[in-house]
Design a binder for this molecule. Structure first.
Ligand code: IDP
Length: 161
């Protein structure tokens, strides 16, 4: 008998994932990227950058009234960040699950934060939290020409396209 999988439409999305300065300093970039690759997502943008105050204030505009905001800006500009755009079926929701709870104390083992961090102020990685947020953040962090459209050779095997 040939197994015919149920039809699940390919809902292709893009999301911003950024390894924060503590993740870069701790040489976790490779391990974090590997998780997204092995899950089957497609890398369409990648760069290392020293983030500016201007970019961060736009990125974290919803948090500007929080008491921890000045320390958050200081932390995020304390060293280079590795920013990536990953593409795939429901990648926004799936990557939030892979990254884990904002507070590492509540993050499940097996998530990036649950495996590599213990304090909310040094939680290693950023992942967009909604489709709208992802679109806004990708435009903020990447120029259009920095994002590549390419075909994954396993696309017809890993999902129904
Ligand atoms: P998220 O990164 O899981 O989307 P947000 O609530 O958007 O969570 O917070 C953005 C970032 O701000 C967090 O990832 C963390 O680095 C920092 N942050 C959030 N809450 C606190 C806090 O209570 N103390 C210190 N830093 C915090």
């Amino acid at each position: 008998h040939v197994y015919v999988p149920p039809a699940i439409p390919d809902i292709r999305e893009r999301t911003l994932i950024a390894v924060k300065p503590d993740g870069v300093q701790r040489r976790l970039v490779g391990q974090i990227m590997q998780r997204f690759e092995q899950r089957g997502f497609k890398l369409v943008g990648l760069k290392m950058l020293q983030v500016s105050d201007d970019l961060l204030s736009q990125h974290y505009c919803e948090l500007r009234t929080k008491p921890f905001y000045p320390r958050l800006l200081h932390y995020m500009t304390s060293g280079p960040v590795v920013a990536m755009v990953w593409e795939g079926h429901k990648v926004v929701q799936t990557s939030r699950t892979m990254v884990g709870h904002t507070n590492p104390a509540e993050a499940q083992a097996g998530t990036v934060r649950g495996d590599f961090s213990f304090h909310v102020s040094r939680n290693v990685v950023h992942a967009s939290d909604s489709l709208e947020g992802a679109q806004r953040e990708i435009q903020l962090w990447f120029q259009r020409k920095e994002l590549l459209n390419w075909d994954c050779c396993d696309q017809t095997i890993t999902c129904e396209v």
